[in-house]
Design a protein around this ligand. Structure first.
Ligand code: ATP
Ligand code: MG
Length: 567
């Protein structure tokens, strides 16, 4: 499954991960005056996903642990893909995860003036030039890992000409694509990123913050390290694919600054999850083409999707801690994410009874027209949450799966002649089964041991199974959305030649049922968490209206399903 060791210990007992080791070594050496200042630098071109959550927990977690600070900085250097909608959602998600950034949020665009001045400095120092070639020509001339690139015919322009041209670029004197500013480094460098990388390109798309002030925009590599520097960042943490960019990150700082303080780029392995796509481009395509119902569709791996599904910030933080921080790429079993939310909801979710696939059950010796109120425990993990009263009567609904006419050995639920306990109530025995013409069971008829409920003469009589139920006359119909994996394959990005990754979507990833719920489940508010006993964890969807409650299944109760499968 993965080559990292999932860490099941708590934050306090686990050993340091490699980035903590680096930070502690820097603190011992007094580097950067003993400051720890990290940043989370999303590009506002999509909603955040669980991979970003890992990066957020890492960056903010380090600052918390070492008494430091974390900036939120939008990497808004590409006006064509970015939007305020994304900025707002990102801020909301970071806050929801439980983190506060230092001061106001920052933007790479805050630094456009300084970045521009530094670009002029590079030109003046003979380290940058304006290239009139197209992006395609430039890309063709890059060479390969084994062959050197070709120098641009414009590479040896003089400083004055370059300055004039670059200012003309800035002032709107050229069409998009007419020219770019490039660093002048080494077209034969073994690191391809040193082969005269592009620093600025022209775009007339208005920017979501700077409007039309600029028509030249810095490239990520040129903007990122300098933004880190301007913010006083000490540890600039990013994913592994940036390892090869690091020498260039350092090169720019070497050319532009001469202070002792230096930000340091450190790379870690991005989070990959089984059965999940994490690329923003792919997630955007799912949303735009209505394969899902928006960014916050509970099947999405986005933070807002997981939130709507019923995941808690605590469960995501615990997950991030558990998977640890590795230096090598790995794939984490999505089951570990589900484990984390189960563990958290087990502590906080109020218990309730609901039947997802109901069949009628009649207690033949129970008085007609009688309603009794049975005491149910709200949360066995937290006695402070107390108890509630649940109506009980002659006709009930139970789960169709909890009955088998011809059960295998070790089936401890209901079958003809067999006994079970009704949760919080009586012991019953199945006496008879009623079927319709098609052979489908329409009613299960049972006798009830009237002395077997709490306090009764036979209350302590042992039977092997306990099943849940709701009183038919009192039950409420509620909508329940049952989610399954969005993709069928364990690695949805691994698509055979000639096929589209979207063919891997699971057509059965959403199933909607009408469940029978205990009456207290009609008095709920959106986002509340529940454990439907023996079934799973659910939360109240914001689609809920008065009289029309909608639940999402956050996750099934693993042990229940394991038991069902094993029987
Ligand atoms: P893009 O392809 O648009 O750059 P991205 O996923 O890298 O997508 P960013 O907005 O650049 O998105 O990411 C913000 C931060 O989150 C970066 O520091 C990035 O390294 C980190 N990050 C992104 N994806 C993951 C992931 N799967 N696991 C851990 N960190 C991630
Ligand atoms: Mg990125």
């Amino acid at each position: 499954m993965s080559d990292s060791t999932p860490n099941t210990g708590s934050e306090n007992t686990r050993s340091l991960h490699f980035i903590e080791e680096i930070v502690e070594a820097n603190l011992r050496d007094g580097k950067n005056d003993g400051r720890v200042h990290t940043r989370f630098p999303p590009e506002p071109n999509g909603y955040l996903h669980i991979g970003h959550a890992k990066s957020i927990c890492l960056n903010f977690g380090l600052a918390q642990k070492y008494n430091g600070k974390t900036n939120l900085r939008f990497d808004d250097t590409n006006p064509t893909k970015e939007d305020v909608e994304y900025v707002d959602s990102i801020k909301e998600d970071v806050r929801w995860l439980g983190f506060n950034w230092e001061g106001d949020e920052r933007y790479a665009s805050d630094y456009f003036d300084q970045l521009y001045l530094w670009a002029e400095k590079l030109i003046i120092d003979g380290k940058a030039y304006v290239d009139d070639q197209t992006a395609e020509e430039i890309s063709r001339q890059r060479g390969t890992v084994t062959t050197p690139g070709t120098e641009s015919p414009y590479r040896n322009r003089g400083v004055d000409e370059n300055l004039t041209l670059f200012r003309k670029m800035r002032d709107g004197g050229f069409a998009e694509g007419a020219c770019v500013l490039r660093a002048k480094i080494d077209m034969a460098h073994t690191n391809m990123f040193f082969r005269d990388p592009i620093l600025y390109r022209i775009s007339y798309t208005p920017h979501h913050r700077t409007g039309t002030k600029w028509c030249i925009y810095p490239m990520y590599d040129y903007a990122h390290g300098q933004s880190d520097y301007l913010e006083g960042i000490t540890h600039s943490i990013c994913t592994l694919e940036f390892e090869v960019h690091r020498p260039l990150y350092d090169w720019f700082l070497d050319q532009l600054i001469d202070t002792d303080y230096r930000p340091r780029q450190i790379e870690f392995a991005r989070l990959n999850l089984t059965y999940t796509v994490m690329s923003k481009r792919k997630l955007l395509e799912l949303v735009k083409n209505n394969y899902v119902n928006g960014w916050d569709d509970p099947r999405m791996p986005t933070i807002c999707g997981l939130r709507r599904r019923g995941y808690t910030p605590e469960s995501l933080r615990a997950f991030a801690d558990r998977i640890g921080v590795a230096r090598r790429d790995n794939v984490i079993d999505v089951g570990l994410l589900e484990f984390s939310v189960r563990e958290d909801l087990n502590k906080r979710a109020r218990r309730a009874l609901a039947v997802l696939n109901p069949v009628k059950l009649v207690l033949t010796n129970y008085p007609e027209n009688q309603t009794e109120w049975l005491t149910a425990i709200n949360n066995p993990e937290n006695p402070d949450e107390g108890t509630r009263q649940m109506p009980f009567s002659r006709e009930l609904f139970i789960e169709r799966d909890d009955f088998m006419e011809n059960p295998p050995k070790k089936f401890f639920r209901l079958f003809p002649g067999g006994e079970v306990r009704l949760k919080y109530g009586y012991i019953i025995r199945c006496e008879e089964v009623v079927k319709d013409e098609a052979g489908e069971i329409t009613e299960i008829r049972c006798s009830c041991d009237m002395d077997s409920k709490t306090g009764g003469a036979t209350a302590n009589r042992k039977v092997k199974g306990t099943i849940h139920w709701v009183s038919a006359a009192h039950a409420a119909d509620v909508e329940v959305r049952l989610f399954d994996r969005l993709f069928k394959a364990i690695d949805p990005d691994d698509v055979p030649e000639g096929h589209d990754w979207k063919e891997g979507l699971n057509p059965d990833s959403l199933k909607v049922v009408t469940a029978k719920a205990e009456p207290s489940l009609t008095e709920v508010s959106p986002w509340q968490h529940f454990q439907f006993e023996r079934v799973g964890y659910f939360n109240v969807d914001p689609d809920t209206q008065p009289g029309a409650v909608v639940f999402n299944r956050t996750v099934a109760l693993k042990d229940t399903w394991a038991k069902v499968a094993g029987e």
